[in-house]
Design a protein around this ligand. Structure first.
Ligand code: 0X9
Ligand code: ZN
Length: 422
C-alpha cells in the first residue's frame, strides 16, 4: 500500500521520542504598567467568579458563552468557568441555574495551599530559548516574528527548514503551531516550546523528515496576557490580551476576534466579558499579525492552536453544527483528529459539539486559507484537586507526558499533511 511504508517510518520516528524537560521558574522581570494596576486594582481576581451552571447541551453552553462566561470545564449536565461579577446577572436573567459560585481569589488561595507549583514559562525565557535554538541549530532553524503584541512584545516564531531561512519563501509543506492564545493557558507555551526543542535536538535522526517541511512554531501568541497572568499573586486566571477597551475594561478574547463569522454566536459584546470579541474583526495586533503571516506564506497547509484544558482534539466548524461541506477536507480533519487522539488519549470532535464560538482562529484558518486546522485542548481533562488546577497543573511527570504525546501527535499530523499534499 502506498502509504504504509511512510506510516511505518513515522511510527519509528515517534517511537524514539524521549524528552527531558527542564522548566525554569517564572521570574518577574517586567514590572506591570501602572495603568493596569490603576484600572484593575491589585487583584483582578476579586472581580471575577468561578461558577458552576446547569447546562446539558451545546446550545445552552453557547448561550453561556454569549453571556460572557468562559467555558473551561464541560460535564454532561453542567459547566464551570469564569465570569466577571458584573455579568453574573446575565446568566440569572437567561434562566440558568447556578449550582455553585467561588470568588476567584478564594480559588487561587486554595490552589496556593498545594505544596507543588508548576514552573510556568516567562516571555523572556521563551525569547531566549528561541534565540538559542536559532543560533545553535542555524543549519535547520532560524528566527522570525509574526509581529508585535499590543504592548509591543515580539510574537517570536521559530522556523525549522533545512534550506530556507528567516523570511525566504518556500514551496515545502508548511505547518504552523501556536501556543497560548489565552493568557492563563501556560501549558500550551510549554508544549509548543518543547516541540521546537525536540525537533532541533533530534535534527540528525530526523534529517530526511525535516527536509520535507517548512515548520513554524510561535510558542507564545499572547505574551502580554501571559506575563500579566503570572504577575498576579501568584496568578490571575486572566484569558484575554491587554487591550484597554473604551470603557477601561481590559482585554479582547483573541479567539473571538477573527473575521470568519465574527460577531455571531458564542461571543460577547461586553468589554469585560471572558468572550469579548473586540469592536471589529482583527481589531487586535495579535490577530492581525497572524492574518498577515498566513497571507504571506501560501505554502502553509496546516495549523495547530494549543489551548488548555479538556484533553480534546477539535476541528472546524466551531461556529455551526454543520460539518465541513467538502467531503475530502472533512474526512481528512476527522481522520487526523482520530490519529492524534489515539496517540494522546484525547477525545476528537467537531468544535461546535462543545459549544458554538464565532470569530475562532481555526475556523478562520480553514475558511480563509483552507488550512487543515486543529484546536488542541491539553491536559488536564478536569480541574483536579490533587494534580493542580486546570490551568495551573503541578505534576511535572504529567506535564512531561503532555509534551511527549503532543510531539508525537504533531509528527503524525505533519506526515499526514505531507501525504495529502503529494
Ligand atoms: O473557547 C475557546 O476559545 C476554546 N476553549 S478554551 O477553553 N481554551 O477557551 C475552544 C474553541 C473551540 N471552538 C468552539 N468550541 N467552537
Ligand atoms: Zn484557550
Amino acid at each position: 500500500m502506498k502509504t504504509s511504508r511512510k506510516a511505518d517510518r513515522t511510527q519509528s520516528i515517534i517511537f524514539f521520542i524521549s524528552i527531558t524537560i527542564s522548566l525554569p521558574l517564572h521570574t518577574q522581570t517586567d514590572t506591570i504598567n501602572p495603568i493596569y494596576e490603576e484600572l484593575i486594582g491589585d487583584d483582578a481576581t476579586q472581580k471575577s467568579t468561578w461558577i458552576e451552571i446547569s447546562a446539558s447541551n451545546s446550545n445552552e453552553r453557547s448561550l453561556l458563552a454569549e453571556a460572557g462566561m468562559s467555558l473551561d470545564e464541560i460535564n454532561e449536565n453542567s459547566v464551570c468557568g469564569i465570569i466577571p461579577n458584573y455579568l453574573i446577572h446575565n446568566i440569572k436573567d437567561s434562566g440558568f441555574v447556578i449550582k455553585s459560585q467561588t470568588p476567584l481569589n478564594r480559588l487561587i488561595e486554595e490552589d496556593l495551599t498545594k505544596t507543588k507549583r508548576f514552573p510556568f514559562l516567562s516571555y523572556n525565557h521563551v525569547e531566549s530559548t528561541l534565540k538559542m535554538l536559532a543560533k545553535k541549530h542555524h543549519d535547520v532553524a532560524s528566527l522570525t516574528s509574526m509581529g508585535r503584541s499590543i504592548q509591543s512584545r515580539n510574537l517570536s516564531t521559530l522556523r525549522i527548514n533545512t534550506t530556507e531561512k528567516n523570511n525566504e519563501s518556500s514551496i515545502k509543506t508548511g505547518i504552523l503551531f501556536i501556543g497560548t492564545m489565552h493568557a492563563r493557558e501556560h501549558l500550551a507555551t510549554t508544549v509548543a516550546l518543547e516541540l521546537a526543542l525536540w525537533l532541533c535536538n533530534n535534527k540528525k535522526n530526523l534529517h530526511d523528515f525535516l527536509s520535507k517541511y517548512d515548520i513554524y512554531i510561535t510558542p507564545l501568541f499572547n505574551p502580554d496576557g501571559s506575563e500579566f497572568d503570572l504577575d498576579g499573586k501568584p496568578y490571575r486566571y486572566f484569558r484575554k490580551n491587554m487591550r484597554i477597551n473604551h470603557d477601561k475594561r481590559i482585554g479582547v478574547d483573541l479567539n473571538r476576534n477573527f473575521s470568519y463569522g465574527w460577531g455571531e454566536r458564542g461571543s460577547s459584546n461586553f468589554t469585560g466579558s471572558e468572550t469579548y470579541r473586540g469592536p471589529f474583526p482583527f481589531s487586535e495586533p495579535e490577530s492581525r499579525a497572524l492574518k498577515n503571516f498566513l497571507e504571506n506564506k501560501t505554502n502553509i497547509k496546516a495549523f495547530v492552536s494549543y489551548h488548555s484544558y479538556g484533553e480534546l482534539i477539535l476541528y472546524p466548524w466551531g461556529n455551526t453544527q454543520k460539518p465541513i461541506e467538502n467531503i475530502h477536507d472533512r474526512k481528512l480533519h476527522e481522520s487526523i483528529a482520530q490519529g492524534m487522539a489515539t496517540i494522546t488519549g484525547y477525545a476528537p470532535q467537531q468544535a461546535s459539539r462543545l459549544y458554538i464560538a464565532s470569530g475562532d482562529t481555526t475556523d478562520w484558518a480553514y475558511a480563509t486559507h483552507k488550512l487543515i486546522s486543529f484546536t488542541i485542548e491539553l491536559f488536564p481533562k478536569q480541574y483536579g484537586r490533587i494534580n493542580g488546577s486546570g490551568f495551573y497543573p503541578t505534576e511535572k511527570s504529567l506535564i512531561k507526558k503532555t509534551a511527549t504525546n503532543n510531539i508525537k501527535a504533531a509528527l503524525y499530523l505533519m506526515e499526514k499533511i505531507n501525504l495529502n499534499c503529494q
